[in-house]
Write a protein that binds this ligand. Structure first.
Ligand SMILES: Nc1ncnc2c1ncn2[C@@H]1O[C@H](COP(=O)(O)OP(=O)(O)OP(=O)(O)O)[C@@H](O)[C@H]1O
Length: 313
């Protein structure tokens, strides 16, 4: 079992501290979602783990060894960082076979991973003719080539069609089930929620969270209940009197903040208010993530001016 160990890792570019004393351990047997706003330091961390950049201080190791000391690295670590990196004049098959030879991987693996990533029919086409999604699949094929125990994938779903998105989701789950260490960066929260077991969240190069996904959602979201009643006025008055914030209600439906269905159901029952519907809102990863990083996004767009204050001429 091979984990990724990051200890007190710092990377400074001239005026930017891209990674700031980061310590975390990416464990095998699960998919770890690597999240954070633009510029949080995710790609830099991945590059440092892969020995593509040197840390200012601290260490990043794979199974206790720095990447550059691995003898045939593709057999230990598969990575997808930049799907545009492959040589455009080569065919997909040649590209993979060259990678295989340099890591003493049997040539037949090239055909196996082409099959696995859905590229078998275009194996002999030059990469420069590939679409973004095809390049992405090729990058994933290259990452899988050495049957590695560790995978680092930067936005693997980028450019994939809906079938591809379902496929990558299933692939990531399978890789984790097989006991591999899988680190996946993504900005797609709904998608990440379908495949991640664990999350590491960065902002400004620093660790914000290193926690199981379910716990993360529970910690960073508010309980909320959807209620429908035949007597909205009484329900609203009762809930407000109990100190709950209530929104909506005109059509008999309202949303109650800060409580679960059990509690609101009990209040209504005690008061004899008939409820027609009562359901907990399932908090999403997106809500939890946005709550945690609300003031951390460096490049958040300004809210549009309201029509009344618009200065447009
Ligand atoms: N080669 C470089 N030279 C100077 N600054 C860099 C370099 N690479 C990254 N940075 C800076 O380091 C910070 C972290 O960037 P990084 O690409 O790691 O973030 P990220 O979390 O991957 O962002 P995104 O989600 O936008 O891909 C940013 O401020 C970026 O501008």
């Amino acid at each position: 079992m091979t984990s990724i160990e990051v200890t007190d890792l710092t990377k400074e570019y001239r005026t930017t501290r891209a990674v700031d004393r980061l310590t975390c351990r990416i464990e095998p047997g699960r998919v770890t979602g690597f999240l954070g706003p633009n510029g949080a330091g995710k790609s830099t961390t991945m590059r440092l783990v892969l020995g593509l950049d040197h840390p200012t201080s601290g260490t990043a190791t794979i199974g206790g060894r720095p990447y550059p000391t691995l003898r045939e690295p593709l057999r230990t670590v598969g990575a997808l960082l930049d799907p545009q990196a492959a040589h455009g004049s080569r065919t997909a098959r040649d590209h993979l076979r060259c990678l295989a030879v340099s890591n003493r991987i049997p040539g037949r693996r090239a055909d196996e991973v082409l099959q696995e990533t859905g590229l078998a029919t275009v194996a002999h086409r030059r990469i420069r003719t590939f679409s973004l999604g095809m390049r992405q699949r090729l990058g994933i094929a290259a990452a899988l080539l050495g049957d590695p125990s560790v995978l680092l994938l930067d936005e693997p779903a980028n450019g994939l069609d809906p079938e591809g998105i379902v496929w990558i989701r299933q692939l990531l789950r399978r890789l984790a089930r097989e006991g591999r260490t899988v680190l996946v960066s993504s900005h797609l929260m709904n998608e990440t929620a379908t495949f991640a077991d664990h999350l590491v969240v960065l902002a400004g190069g620093r660790l914000l969270a290193d926690v199981a996904m379910r716990a993360f959602i529970a910690q960073h979201s508010q309980a909320r209940v959807h209620v429908r009643t035949g007597d909205p006025d009484r329900l609203r008055t009762t809930l407000l009197a109990h100190g709950y914030a209530v929104t909506g209600g005109d059509d008999g439906r309202c949303v109650v903040e800060g409580a679960g269905a059990e509690r609101i159901g009990a209040v209504a029952a005690r008061e004899g208010i008939p409820l027609l519907e009562l359901a907990d809102e399932r908090a999403s990863l997106e809500q939890a993530y946005l709550a945690l990083t609300a003031d951390k996004a460096e490049f958040a767009a300004a809210a549009p001016a309201s029509p009344n204050t618009s200065q447009e001429v």
